[in-house]
Design a protein around this ligand. Structure first.
Ligand SMILES: [Zn+2]
Length: 140
């Protein structure tokens, strides 16, 4: 390999030309080329090796593997999944005086979002909330 020196020509990537062009070495730092001048657009910039030597395209993209978010989702409880599947938008605000049906999504002031699991009898329903099942009254 030929030792590089100031004034020599070298192929390098030029950010302005967005291409590999012939550059003149204008500054060295030890054995490393520091600055070069593009012979096409005459601009000076830090030396960056051409694609043939060191890949210019950065490969950092692999770091952002979004596995964390998806694994979090699979770890969710069955209840949470059920609640997610429920039609949250149509959740009715829970009122003792109303009557409910199985699979109806309700919104409880204290317990939050729930799904009617069972209609126990005319006046009782079993509702699955995120923290567990609760017996609520209906039709009172
Ligand atoms: Zn250039």
């Amino acid at each position: 390999m030929v030792t590089k020196a100031i004034g020599q020509e070298i192929e390098a990537y030029c950010g302005k030309c967005k291409n590999e062009t012939i550059h003149l070495i204008t500054a060295m730092q030890g054995a490393q080329i520091d600055k070069v001048m593009c012979k096409i657009c005459m601009s000076y910039h830090k030396f960056r090796a051409g694609t043939s030597a060191v890949p210019v395209i950065r490969k950092q993209k692999t770091v952002s593997k979004p596995t964390k978010g998806s694994s979090m989702k699979t770890r969710r409880t069955k209840t949470a999944k059920l609640l997610e599947a429920a039609d949250i938008d149509s959740a009715i605000n829970y009122k003792m005086s109303s009557t409910y049906e199985v699979d109806e999504a309700i919104n409880h002031k204290t317990f939050g979002l729930g799904i009617v699991k069972d209609v126990v009898d005319d006046q009782k329903i079993n509702v699955l909330f995120e923290d567990g099942e609760r017996l609520l009254v209906q039709n009172r």
